[in-house]
Design a binder for this molecule. Structure first.
Ligand code: NAD
Length: 343
C-alpha cells in the first residue's frame, strides 16, 4: 500500500491572519508539512522562527517558490500583492488559498482564474464567513425553503478597525496597498455572503464615508442591493463600531432567520401586524453562530485539495464579490445606482 502524499506548504505574508488561521491550520494536519514562509519584514520572519525554527524563512516569495517545490501556497499578504503572488504560485504548480479580497481589479481576477485553469491547480478565496455555523445553517434552511421565498437580507459586519489591535502594521489604511477601506475589507465578506445566500446581484447603490478615523480610506459604508430574484438587500460595514449587532437577517414569505453572531441564530415565525397584535415564535437554531470559521478553514481547504470537498469559494466567487464591491465604490463616487449587467 503506498503511503499517503505529504503536501509541502508555503505561506506568503506571515502577519495576523497567517498566525491566527493558516499556520495553526496547516500545522495540525498530519499529511501536511509547513516548510517555508516568505515575508519582506525581517522582524516578522524572526517572530515566526521563534515559533517554529524548522520553517525556512524567505524575504522574497519568488525565491521560496523556486527553491521549495511546494504543493500548496497560502497568500496572506496585503491586498495589492494577492494577484501577482497567486499567479506566481499557480505557475510554480501550487494549489493556492488566497486571502480576501481576491485582488484589487477585475482584470487581476481574470488573470488568476486563467492561471489556475492553465496550471490545472485549485484556487480558493478565504471567505471565512461561509464557514461559520450560523451562515451555513441559514444556507441549509434556505435550500429547504424553511422561510418560504426570501425577499430581504440585511448584513452588518463592524468592529473598531484592523489597526491597532489586529494587523501587524497600518497597511489597511494605505490606499495603494489596501485599495479600499471598510467596504473592501469587511464588505467583501458581506457581499460574498449575500451572493451565496440570495443569488446574483443585479445592481448596487452605495455610500462610503470616513466618519471617525483620520485615514485616507473609508471607515464606514452602506450598500443597497437588488438581486436577480427580485429580492433587496442592505449591507452596513464599519471600522469604528462600538459593540452592537453583527450578523445577518433574512426575511422570507414564511418566516425570518435572525443570525446574531453574539446571541445565536433564531428562526422566527408568527405574525407582526400593524395593529400591534403580534405573535412571535423564536426557535433557537444555533447558540454559537461563529463556530467554525478560521478553525476549520484550512481543514476545508485541504479537503478541497484532496478532492474530498467541492471547491465553491473559487475564483469565480472571488471575482463576483469584487465586482460588486468595485461597483459600490463607483456608485458612492457618482451618486448613482450601478447596474451589473450580465457579462
Ligand atoms: N479571511 C479573513 O477573515 C481575514 C481576516 C483578516 C485579514 N484577512 C486578509 O489577509 C491579508 C493579510 O492581512 P493581515 O490582517 O494578516 O495583515 P498583517 O499586517 O497582520 O500581515 C500582513 C503581512 O504581510 C507582509 N507583507 C507586506 N508586504 C508583503 C509582500 N509584498 N509579500 C509578502 N508579504 C508581505 C507584512 O510584513 C505582514 O507580515 C489581507 O488581504 C486581509 O484582507 C482576511
Amino acid at each position: 500500500m503506498s503511503a499517503a502524499k505529504t503536501y509541502r506548504v508555503g505561506i506568503i505574508g506571515g502577519g495576523a491572519i497567517a498566525q491566527a488561521c493558516h499556520i495553526p491550520g496547516y500545522v495540525r494536519n498530519a499529511d501536511v508539512q509547513l516548510v517555508a514562509l516568505a515575508d519582506p519584514d525581517p522582524a516578522r520572519l524572526r517572530e515566526l522562527s521563534a515559533l517554529d525554527p524548522t520553517i525556512r524563512a524567505y524575504t522574497e516569495p519568488l525565491a521560496m517558490l523556486a527553491q521549495e517545490k511546494l504543493d500548496i501556497v497560502s497568500v496572506c499578504s496585503p491586498n495589492a500583492f494577492h494577484a501577482q503572488q497567486t499567479v506566481d504560485a499557480l505557475k510554480a504548480g501550487c494549489h493556492v488559498l488566497c486571502e480576501k479580497p481576491m485582488a484589487v481589479s477585475l482584470s487581476e481576477t481574470d488573470a488568476m482564474i486563467a492561471a489556475a485553469k492553465s496550471a490545472r491547480r485549485k484556487l480558493m478565496v478565504g471567505f471565512t464567513h461561509r464557514l461559520f455555523s450560523g451562515p451555513r445553517k441559514c444556507r441549509e434552511l434556505l435550500d429547504e425553503k424553511a422561510i418560504g421565498k426570501p425577499f430581504m437580507i440585511r448584513v452588518r459586519f463592524a468592529h473598531g478597525g484592523p489597526f491597532p489591535g489586529w494587523a501587524k502594521s497600518r497597511w489597511f489604511y494605505d490606499p495603494k496597498l489596501a485599495a479600499g477601506g471598510a467596504l473592501l475589507d469587511m464588505g467583501i465578506h458581506a457581499i460574498d455572503l449575500c451572493l451565496w445566500l440570495m443569488g446574483p446581484i443585479v445592481s448596487v447603490s452605495a455610500r462610503t464615508a470616513t466618519l471617525v478615523k483620520r485615514i485616507p480610506v473609508d471607515d464606514n459604508a452602506v450598500m443597497l442591493l437588488e438581486f436577480k430574484s427580485g429580492a433587496l438587500g442592505y449591507i452596513e460595514v464599519g471600522w469604528t463600531s462600538k459593540p452592537g449587532f453583527a450578523g445577518c437577517e433574512i426575511y422570507g414569505t414564511e418566516g425570518s432567520l435572525i443570525c446574531d453572531y453574539l446571541k445565536g441564530l433564531h428562526m422566527v415565525g408568527g405574525v407582526v401586524s400593524a395593529s400591534g397584535k403580534d405573535t412571535h415564535d423564536w426557535r433557537l437554531i444555533e447558540r454559537h453562530p461563529t463556530e467554525g470559521g478560521w478553525k476549520i478553514e484550512i481543514d476545508h481547504w485541504l479537503d478541497v485539495v484532496r478532492g474530498k470537498e467541492k471547491l465553491t469559494m473559487d475564483g469565480k466567487a472571488g471575482r463576483a464579490a469584487l465586482r460588486v464591491a468595485l461597483a459600490a465604490y463607483e456608485s458612492s463616487k457618482s451618486g448613482k445606482r450601478v447596474a451589473l449587467d450580465k457579462e
